[in-house]
Ligand binder design. Structure first.
Ligand SMILES: *Cc1c(COP(=O)(O)O)cnc(C)c1O
Length: 223
C-alpha cells in the first residue's frame, strides 16, 4: 500500500518539487517500506522519535524536522538533521546555531511563517522575520544557513482560502529573496502543502511538500 501511495503521488510531481514523507507516529516498519520504495526524505515532528528512528534506519535517509521545536530538544536531532523547517523565533535560530557549532556543522533551516486563520499555529510574520534578519545576533550566526520558508495552510475545506494563504507565503518568499538573499542560491525552498492541499501548493510554487496520511494512512494518536 505504502509503495503504491508513493508512486501515485510521485507521478503527479513536477520537476523541482521534493516529496517529504511525513512519518510521525508511524512504526519503523512503515518507514522501511517507504525506503524500499526509494523514498529517502522523511519528515518527523518529535525529536526523540526522530532520534530513535534515525538510529535503526539506513544512514542515507535525509531527516527533515517539521514540528514545533523546543530548545532543550535540539540536542536529539542536531547531529544528523538535514533540514529544520520550523524556525519560528529568533531565539530558536540562535539555539540551533549554538548546538550546531558544538558539532562543527552548518545546519540548513527554513523560517516558518504564520499564514493560517487559526491563531494556535506557530510562525513568524514578515516584520518579525525582517527584525531577525537585520539583527546583529543573526549576522554572527555561522552555523545555520537559511534556505527558504515554510507554512501551514488553514485546516478547512475552503480551498480558495488555502490557495490565498499559499500565495501569501510565496510573496513572503519573493520579498525576502530580493531584500536579503538575492545573491544566495541556497535560499530557494518553499515548504507548503500536506495530504489535502499539496496539489494547490504545487500550483502556487511549493518546492517541498510534506505528505503524511496520503502515504502512510491516518494517524492514531496514543498521546
Ligand atoms: C503532520 C504534518 C504534516 C503531514 O500531514 P498530513 O495531513 O498527514 O499529510 C505536514 N506538515 C506538518 C508540519 C505536520 O505536522
Amino acid at each position: 500500500m505504502i509503495k503504491e501511495n508513493l508512486e501515485k503521488i510521485r507521478a503527479t510531481l513536477p520537476e523541482g518539487v521534493t516529496l517529504v514523507a511525513v512519518s510521525k507516529t508511524k512504526p519503523v516498519s512503515d518507514l522501511q517500506e517507504a525506503y524500499d520504495a526509494s523514498q529517502r526524505v522523511f519528515g518527523e515532528n518529535y525529536p526523540q522519535e526522530m532520534r530513535d528512528k534515525h538510529e535503526v534506519l539506513p544512514q542515507d535517509i535525509q531527516w527533515h524536522f517539521i514540528g514545533h521545536l523546543q530548545t532543550n530538544k535540539i540536542k536529539y536531532i542536531i547531529q544528523y538533521v538535514t533540514l529544520i523547517h520550523s524556525i519560528d523565533t529568533a531565539s530558536l535560530l540562535e539555539a540551533v546555531n549554538k548546538e550546531a557549532k558544538k558539532h562543527d556543522r552548518v545546519v540548513d533551516c527554513l523560517l516558518q511563517f504564520h499564514i493560517a486563520l487559526e491563531e494556535t499555529k506557530f510562525g513568524l510574520d514578515l516584520n518579525e522575520a525582517r527584525q531577525l534578519l537585520d539583527s546583529e545576533e543573526y549576522k554572527q550566526m555561522e552555523n545555520v544557513r537559511i534556505c527558504g520558508v515554510m507554512g501551514m495552510g488553514s485546516f478547512t475545506d475552503d480551498m480558495e482560502e488555502v490557495r490565498k494563504e499559499f500565495k501569501h507565503l510565496k510573496s513572503i518568499f519573493d520579498t525576502l529573496k530580493s531584500d536579503y538573499f538575492a545573491d544566495q542560491p541556497q535560499f530557494k525552498e518553499i515548504s507548503m502543502g500536506m495530504s489535502e492541499d499539496y496539489p494547490i501548493a504545487i500550483e502556487e510554487g511549493a518546492t517541498l511538500i510534506r505528505v503524511g496520511s496520503k502515504i502512510f494512512g491516518a494517524r492514531v494518536y496514543a498521546r
